[in-house]
Design a protein around this ligand. Structure first.
Ligand SMILES: Cc1cc2nc3c(=O)[nH]c(=O)nc-3n(C[C@H](O)[C@H](O)[C@H](O)COP(=O)(O)OP(=O)(O)OC[C@H]3O[C@@H](n4cnc5c(N)ncnc54)[C@H](O)[C@@H]3O)c2cc1C
Length: 490
């Protein structure tokens, strides 16, 4: 059996696996992807947009422009029964970018290719075993790879999760839907409808000829490949006609089942993206959350591999991302419930549609659905602590720049915004980029509003604030050590 090695193997080269591979490669880790698909084609449309925080993550690495040119910007956020204005979200990217998953994957794959990440394409992880020093990973029951860590980015049916024995508790499906792309002889009505069990819709495909639609099935179905008969039956049940549907180029089934891995890490095995959480596509959160998982995990894994941080840093990945996934599951269950068409749910939805446009709920919900509200619990302190640092326009000795530009190489930054004050990072200078800058504006955080600008901010490579200063350096050394390892020479 042939054996070769890498520091990290990622099972699955979907959006999550690609993002993680890029993050690890930027940090100088020897990472490889194993992807069972032979080509980059994505079956059907799947995800249809990037939300503000996901676009910000790409901007933090200097690659948002590759995606932004391809999609249309939408400044509203859908809630069952009402569209909410999200244009006042305090972000340079205060919009959803309408771009299909295939294009998102193509963009990420291009970046990963530039970073020279090898991909074992057309290969499947079929088994693995872990020992004290690493993981032996079996491809197609024949070839073996050795790595220090294996990350399962292998989607909702994750083999990595199952073989690692990580439980996947949650809610069984209550409703199943068929999603399709097809020709239709008769013109269907476009737009959303609320059926007894849930929402359904048909709309024109971008090619101007075909249609794309989602219909609720009358009875809960699971697994298996749905056939033309089932699509015909579901359309007739919903619309009294199948509109002469034919030439079906994509037909797939999804449900409202919601499940989450009870551990995102078990020893040398980690999970991210759909492998760690599945839920209904209502709210369009899956891919976006997977990208955020990857960016939270990448720098931590890199630091542990390089011996900068102790292994326990990896536990913070679960501690920070599991609550985000748990909240996501709850919100998609709520959206699915509110989309039912029975009289009582309709009354509730109409009531909520009155409440949600009010300022506070609107700001809360639009930030939530954008991923801009994520707050990791790093203790008491300035409201920015644990939250994502906004992309401030700052001026450094080199001229005007932005905070996100400082993060392009995925290294931690100590941003000194005060004119006085000596921030001593002796012992961490090899890891932390110290930048003196001025900032003239006001700092505004999603939902919270305007906050006092800290005198200094320690920014993690994922863009979250690990420490903030108020004219002094109390707690800075502790934060540096907690997140970026002990100082040199100790
Ligand atoms: C109809 C629909 C609409 C959606 N709409 C949205 C939306 O609007 N917004 C949004 O954010 N999300 C949406 N999603 C969800 C989104 O598609 C997923 O959340 C996203 O694809 C998850 O990315 P991932 O990389 O974690 O997993 P996947 O995309 O599932 O990628 C997993 C990869 O692993 C590979 N793989 C699997 N097993 C193995 C193995 N053993 N060895 C090697 N490779 C393996 C697979 O081939 C695949 O490429 C939608 C999903 C559906 C079905």
């Amino acid at each position: 059996m042939q054996i070769s090695g890498h520091e990290v193997i990622i099972a699955g080269g979907g959006p999550t696996g690609l993002m993680l591979a890029g993050e690890l490669a930027l940090a100088g880790v020897d990472v490889a992807i194993v992807e069972k698909r032979l080509s980059r084609d994505v079956e059907g449309s799947r995800a249809g947009g990037l939300h503000p925080r996901a676009i910000e993550l790409l901007d933090q690495r200097g690659i948002a422009g590759r995606f932004a040119l391809q999609g249309k910007k939408h400044y509203v956020v859908p809630f069952p029964g009402v569209m909410l204005n999200g244009a006042d979200r305090p972000s340079r990217h205060n919009y959803t970018l309408a771009i299909w998953q295939a294009e998102i994957e193509k963009g990420l794959a291009g970046w990963v290719c530039e970073l020279a990440v090898p991909t074992y394409r057309g290969r499947e992880v079929t088994d693995f075993s872990e020992d004290d020093n690493g993981v032996d990973i079996v491809l197609d029951n024949e070839r073996m790879l050795r790595a220090q860590f294996l990350v399962g980015c292998d989607g909702g049916r994750s083999l990595v999760r199952k073989k690692a024995g990580i439980a996947f508790p949650g809610w069984d499906a209550d409703i199943s839907y068929l999603i399709f792309e097809a020709d239709m002889s008769d013109q269907p009505p476009s737009g959303f409808r609320h059926g007894e069990k849930g929402i359904y819709a048909i709309g024109p495909h971008e090619d101007g000829k075909r249609f794309r639609g989602v219909v609720t099935e009358e009875r809960l179905m699971s697994g298996g490949k749905p056939g033309h008969d089932e699509l015909h039956r579901a359309l007739v049940a919903a619309y009294d006609t199948d509109f002469g549907v034919h030439n079906v180029t994509w037909l797939s089934r999804f449900t409202d089942a919601a499940r989450q891995a009870d551990a995102y890490r078990k020893g040398r095995i980690l999970l991210a993206g759909d492998a760690a959480h599945v839920h209904s596509p209502a709210g369009g959160q899956g891919l976006n959350t997977g990208l955020q998982d990857a960016v939270n995990l990448g720098w931590k894994l890199a630091q542990v591999i390089k011996g900068i941080s102790p292994d326990s840093l990896l536990d913070t990945y679960h501690d920070e991302r599991h609550p985000v996934g748990a909240a996501l599951l709850k919100h998609t269950l709520a959206i699915t419930a509110l989309n039912r068409g029975d009289a009582r749910t309709t009354a509730l939805r109409e009531m909520m549609a009155e409440v949600m446009p009010m300022d506070e709920p609107r700001k809360w919900y639009t930030a939530l659905m954008s991923g801009l509200d994520v707050h990791y619990d790093l203790g008491e302190g300035h409201p920015l602590l644990g939250r994502r640092v906004p992309d401030l326009d700052i001026t450094t000795g080199g001229g005007p720049t932005t905070v996100f530009t400082l993060l392009h190489d995925a290294r931690p930054v100590l941003l000194n915004l005060s004119t006085s004050g000596d921030l001593d990072i002796t012992g961490w200078g090899d890891r932390i980029k110290q930048v003196d800058a001025t900032f003239e504006g006001v700092m505004k955080l999603p939902v919270i509003g305007v906050v006092e600008t800290p005198s200094a901010i320690l920014i993690r490579p994922d863009g979250h604030a690990a420490w903030t200063g108020a004219g002094q350096t109390n707690g800075l050394s502790a934060a540096l050590e907690a997140w970026f390892g002990p100082p040199l020479g100790r």
